[in-house]
Design a protein around this ligand. Structure first.
Ligand SMILES: [Zn+2]
Length: 184
């Protein structure tokens, strides 16, 4: 899955669930962070393994739970964004890296056949394979382009709602920036 979809899908999910919009926007970049492991030639391993995805955020979550209750929501949002990355990448992630160097893949599909009459089928392919060398990773895939097109069309169809949502999002971004600048 490309970075654009990694950013957009969990962010929209949190906004739809009416989770604190400011926190949802502020931590959204974390949903893309795991893909920077490509810089170290360990794409879908170093940044996608249980250590950064589960262990580190769980430590933060536990610390927040017992020492800093006011951080709890932020810690949950962080855990959600990081976990969403691996769930959306289930087509192939070395989740147990470096303990298990291979990547796991899970590819469900609904198929449609016209050979000898119409029929629907469900296929599920899963297992382990060697970690692919992914020096080049697509920044925007065909599915990402389709998602942008869908977003543009939805915005045109739901003009008024989109206008309201954009002004709300802008207010949230502005408040986040002002708060951040005030603190530093
Ligand atoms: Zn990824």
């Amino acid at each position: 899955m490309d970075p654009f979809q990694h950013l957009l899908l969990p962010l929209l999910f949190l906004l739809a669930a009416r989770i604190d919009a400011r926190k949802a926007l502020m931590f959204a970049p974390l949903a893309v962070l795991p893909d920077f492991d490509a810089l170290f030639d360990l794409h879908r391993a170093l940044g996608h393994s249980f250590i950064p995805i589960l262990v580190v955020p769980m430590v933060i979550l536990l610390y927040a739970r017992f020492r800093r209750p006011e951080w709890l929501l932020a810690a949950l949002v962080v855990q959600f964004y990081l976990a969403s990355h691996v769930i959306l990448d289930l087509g192939g992630v070395a989740f147990l890296w470096p303990v298990v160097p291979e990547q796991f893949y899970f590819e469900p599909a609904i198929t449609f056949t016209t050979d000898g009459g119409f029929s629907f089928g469900f296929s599920l392919d899963y297992g382990m394979r060697e970690l692919a060398d992914m020096g080049t990773t697509s920044f925007l895939s065909d599915a990402g382009v389709a998602l942008i097109l869908l977003g543009v069309l939805m915005t045109v169809v739901f003009r008024r709602e989109a206008g309201n949502a954009l002004s709300k999002a802008w207010t949230a971004v502005r408040e986040t920036l002002i708060n951040f600048l005030r603190r530093t």
